[in-house]
Structure formats: structure tokens, C-alpha cells
Ligand binder design. Sequence first.
Ligand code: NAP
Length: 335
Amino acid sequence: MTTSREIHLAARPHGWPTAETFRLVPVEVPDPGPGQVVIHNQFMSVDPYMRGRMNDVPSYAPPYKIGEVMYGGAVGEVVESNDPGLPVGRTVLHNAGWREYAVIDAAWATPIDPAAVPTVSAYLGALGMPGLTAYVGLLDMAAFQPGDTVFVSGAAGAVGSMVGQIAKARGAARVIGSAGSAAKVSHLHQLGFDAAFNYKDGPVMAQLAQAAPDGISVYFDNVGTDHLEAALNSLVPFGRVALCGAISGYNATEPPAAPRNLGMAVGKRLTLRGFIVSDHFDRRDAFLAETGEWIRTGQVQVNETIVDGLEKAPEAFLGMLAGANTGKMLVRVED
Ligand SMILES: NC(=O)c1ccc[n+]([C@@H]2O[C@H](COP(=O)([O-])OP(=O)(O)OC[C@H]3O[C@@H](n4cnc5c(N)ncnc54)[C@H](OP(=O)(O)O)[C@@H]3O)[C@@H](O)[C@H]2O)c1
């Protein structure tokens, strides 16, 4: 029998998770049942939404259970198969991350083509859920048009870096990003952003107003609070906002102090639209075709921060929440 290791939720965090939130557990890998496959994971994703699933509160997805293995996006190779449609050796994308080996129904694994990408991990980032989130949020939710001036917060992260690059590739007049360090600001310039600022350098409202003297027509919100307040101030009449996430509050124990100027949405006739990417998987083919081509031609860069070893997954997750990543934060489970 094969031995595997997996990470369980040990306790529900109040505020920031800690090392005690997680437990690394050795397990025996069970034999696959009829129609099942055993997958040896190569990469797993750590994502902000996982923080929400640690809370036992009603949400669009059920919470993780204490004492059980966590889950999330992963890419791995089929090493045992009871499904003729998914033979040994195929590389697949699936949702049984946070473990070295996964035994799942073949129907829950999506075959991917390793030859089509520089690294299979791209299917967890630029060509995966975060990339699709950027694509749908910008093009469908914020109804992006060529000539728009786009502001994106969390701009150096998995979703944000794709929002900025897709906006440029689709003909934005100007793309502005905010991020949490000088190194990330330089990275945004290198990705082709027209302007970028470090939100820790001073009030977001003043920095955004300086970067966008004529205002913004689209805001892609990954952060919430002071960033949303600043964007409401800078949006031009009939501006559009994609409400994608509000990471500044995910570990907060008090309600946010901002935005205090939501009333501006009335006078400016703004559209603010929240969305969840899983409602938009019908856009995956269009997204893969268009973004895949931009990546092949070099118009869009794939950026990742990779942490090695399943046992480091909690560290990678906490690091991502604190801004340790540039591009998509991933864990290399096995070469
Ligand atoms: N609606 C959906 O379906 C959907 C799907 C995927 C993701 N999302 C959301 O999209 C956002 C980005 O997700 P991602 O996967 O791309 O993560 P990410 O941006 O790769 O990583 C999270 C980043 O958030 C930034 N951050 C943390 N605390 C912050 C704060 N207080 N203020 C400003 N920035 C802060 C950090 O960068 P800095 O160094 O710049 O602070 C960190 O690197 C999140 O809000 C997430 O929940 C939504």
C-alpha cells in the first residue's frame, strides 16, 4: 500500500490562521473503487477563498470540516486507474489538493495537455481558476471596452496580474495597479501596467487620483475597504466595478471602516457587480483559447511563486494572505 500525507483543518481560526490551524497527517492510500483513479499530485493551489472555508458560516460553498483533509485545486498524474477513459500517465486538473495522493472519481478529473504550456502549474493560475476570474470579471462583469482606463487592486497577485495584462491585450487606454511593495510595483511596470503604486506608501485615494488624473472607467476590486472607497471617488460617470474579492477583511475581526462614499454610486450612475467564477465555467473555452494564445505569443506573462513540499502548504497559504507571492502562489507537492 502507498503511504501519503495530507493536511487537515485542525481548528477554526479567529482572525489570522496560525500553524496550529493545520495538521500534517500520514495516511494509507486506499485502493480506487470502480470508476475511480489514484492521482499523484504535482502542484496544489493555495487561494484566498480557502480562508472563508475555514469559518463555520453559511457561504456559497460549504466550510472545511475540522479533522478532515482540506481541498482545493491541484494538478497531478494518474498513477492507477479503474476508468478506461482516464488511463495511467494522464495529467489532470482536479479539486483534491492539500494531499500527496488523491483517490477520486474519474469524472471529477479534467485531463490537461502538459505540452501546451510552459509548466502544468499554469492550469492553476494564469490558465486556471484565477485567470478565468480575471477574464470573466473584467470582460463580462465590468463590461470592459477598448479605451477604458482600468484600475485593479491586488494587482501583482494571481487574479490582478491577469486583469491588468488582459486589459492591455484587449486595448485599454490606461491600466493602473496597486500592490503592497516597491518590488511588486516594479513588477507591474514590467508587466506593462501604465502606472502602479504601493498602497502602503500613503492614502490610496490620493495615490489613485495622482495615477489617474482623468479618472477611471473600470475598477476591478480584489481588496475592498480603502481601495473601493478610492475607486468610487475616481470613477467617471457610468463607470463599472467588478466586485471580485475583499481580501483586506478576510482575517479581520471587526467590520470594515470603508467605503464611506457608496452614495457616489448614485450620482455617478455606477454599476457595481459581484460575481463568483464558478457560475461562469461556460466561459472557460473562450478564455483558454484567447489567453492561451496571448501566453504563447508572450503578450501575457505567467508569474508564479512556488513553495516546495506539502508540509510547507500552510506556510504558503499564510504567506499568500500576507503578500509573500508575486503572481500565483503554488505548492510543488512532487516533481
Ligand atoms: N469572485 C471570485 O470568484 C474569485 C475567484 C478567485 C479569487 N477571488 C478574489 O480575488 C482576490 C485575489 O485573489 P488571488 O487568488 O489572485 O490572490 P493573490 O492576489 O494572488 O494573493 C493575495 C494578495 O492579496 C494581497 N493582500 C493581502 N492583504 C491585503 C490588504 N489588507 N490590502 C491589500 N492587499 C492585500 C497581497 O498582496 P500585496 O502584497 O499587494 O498586499 C497578496 O499577495 C481575492 O480577494 C480573492 O478572494 C475571487
